[in-house]
Structures are given as structure tokens and as C-alpha cells.
Design a protein around this ligand. Structure first.
Ligand code: KIV
Length: 271
């Protein structure tokens, strides 16, 4: 059973109730109308319009280049395709780190211009002032700790974070601060499963893991990775549910052959 029919419209309160009831939260990324429509109809709880659009939609190496205007374009397309799930939109790199006034202005643009329900931003203690200001304006905020891709040039690598005690302790402290600042949930990316378990048990708000093991309150994957659209990205945590790339390649090759050998269109496919 994938779709919980009792939930007509997923809100941040729904996620809290799912955690409290010991039920897992499902989240996937989407960036356009058509896929958002499919994913929403399939019964996903949350769609994240992730800044991973920078990688999988625009072909950039990192999430850093995507702009607020581009995120707004993706998010408004996703919103038009959804009716049930909660839609969360990433604040892109550079749209919130300078100060809380800029952060609030960016969050307001996303809410006003896309119709999304919440925003997500990366970082711990250093972002709590931004989070409080955005939450105080009535905008729900999802946090993001562990491997935070907007800081890739600081980390230097995409390997597992917080394996050492100092970083693990900072992450635990940051998680508590994000909750205190008013976040309704927090993404934990690429950290040891037992650390994610400890954080999940210590927080009242839900944790959503990606490469953070089985104890999180929910899971998120990048849609292009789990559908097998991207093939070069094969981390241990990724389960690939489909090989769309192979299927699309087969369909396109067949179409090319049909056109070339004059078998498309046939008589019933013309006027
Ligand atoms: O941008 C994104 O897709 C994300 C997920 C990896 C959580 O932030």
C-alpha cells in the first residue's frame, strides 16, 4: 500500500502526525509539471523542488549555479502538477547566506511567485537567525544538515559526513538548534545511520534521510537517480527502481528506425 487515502492534503502537520504515529514519510524531488503530476498521483507525501535541478536539469557539476529565478520557474511548474503532496522548494546558493533580510525576501518570492508550501535551506547554527525570521513571517522551513551540497567546495568531497566525533557533536547541536528555530523537519544527508538514529530520537520534528540509513522518519531520493535517468551517479545509498534511460533509448531507436524505413506513420496514423 503506497497511497494513504485518509490523507487528502499533506501539510507540515501531517508530517508531524506521521512521525508521532511511527509512520514513515516519503519524499522525492521533481522539477517539472509532468513528473510532479505522476509522482503526486502515485501518493508521495512531499515533493522537493531541489536545487539538484542545477545538476539533473541544467547539467551543471554542482548545485551552486542555479538562480532564484530558475528555482521559481521549476517550482511553479511543479505546483501546477500537484494537488495532494506538500511542495518544498530549495533556497538556492546565494539567496539566503548574506543576511536574514535577504533570506526572508528570497523565501517570500518563492511563496508568492510559485504557490509552494515551504522552503528548505542548508546549514546549522549559522542559519538560525534566517530560519527564525522566515518562520516568523509564516513560512514553514525545512532544515538540511550533514552533506550540504552548496558547501561542496568547503568539504572538497561528496563522502560521508560526521564520521568523527567533533563533526557528529556539531551536527547533533545544529539539529537541536534548527528545531528550536522553528524548522518543521530536517533533511539528514550522507551521515552514519547510528548518528541519524540518535538525532531522529532526540528531535520532536521529523528527520528525512538521504544516505542516512533506516532510522530516519522519512526518506528522500533525487527522482532522476531512482528512475535510472542519471547513470554515472551510483552511491551505496541509492536504490534504482527503473532503468528509464535504457527504455527511452530503445523507444527513440525504434522511432528513428520506423521513420527511416517508412513504417511510421502508417495509414491509420494519417488524415
Ligand atoms: O536538492 C536536492 O535534491 C536535495 C536533496 C538531495 C535532499 O537537497
Amino acid at each position: 500500500m503506497s497511497v494513504n487515502k485518509e490523507i487528502k492534503k499533506v501539510t507540515t502537520n501531517t508530517l508531524q502526525r506521521l512521525k508521532e504515529g511511527g509512520q514513515k514519510i516519503s519524499m522525492l524531488t521533481a522539477y517539472d509539471f509532468s513528473f510532479a503530476h505522476i509522482i503526486d498521483n502515485a501518493g508521495i507525501d512531499v515533493i522537493l523542488v531541489g536545487d539538484s535541478a542545477s545538476n539533473v536539469m541544467a547539467g551543471h557539476e554542482t548545485t551552486l549555479p542555479i538562480t532564484l529565478d530558475q528555482m521559481i520557474y521549476h517550482a511553479s511548474s511543479v505546483i501546477r502538477g500537484t494537488s495532494r503532496c506538500l511542495v518544498v522548494v530549495d533556497l538556492p546558493f546565494g539567496s539566503y547566506q548574506s543576511n536574514s533580510e535577504i533570506a526572508l525576501a528570497s523565501a517570500i518570492r518563492i511563496m508568492k511567485e510559485t504557490g509552494a508550501h515551504a522552503i528548505k535551506l542548508e546549514g546549522g547554527e549559522e542559519e538560525t537567525e534566517c530560519i527564525e525570521r522566515i518562520v516568523n513571517a509564516g513560512i514553514p522551513v525545512m532544515g538540511h544538515l550533514g552533506l550540504t551540497p552548496q558547501s561542496i567546495y568547503k568539504f572538497g568531497t561528496y563522502t560521508v559526513r560526521a564520521k568523527e566525533e567533533v563533526e557528529a557533536n556539531k551536527l547533533k547541536k545544529d539539529a537541536a538548534l534548527l528545531q528550536q528555530a522553528g524548522c518543521f523537519a530536517v533533511v539528514l544527508e550522507k551521515i552514519p545511520a547510528l548518528l541519524a538514529k540518535e538525532v531522529t530520537e532526540s528531535l520532536n520534528i521529523p528527520t528525512i534521510g538521504i544516505g542516512a540509513g533506516m532510522y530516519c522518519d522519512g526518506q528522500v531520493l533525487v527522482m532522476h537517480d531512482m528512475l535510472g535517468i542519471t547513470t554515472e551517479f551510483q552511491p551505496r545509498f541509492l536504490r534504482t527502481y527503473l532503468n528509464i534511460r535504457e527504455q527511452v533509448t530503445g523507444a527513440v531507436k525504434q522511432y528513428i528506425a520506423d521513420v527511416k524505413n517508412n513504417s511510421f506513420p502508417n495509414e491509420s496514423e494519417q488524415y
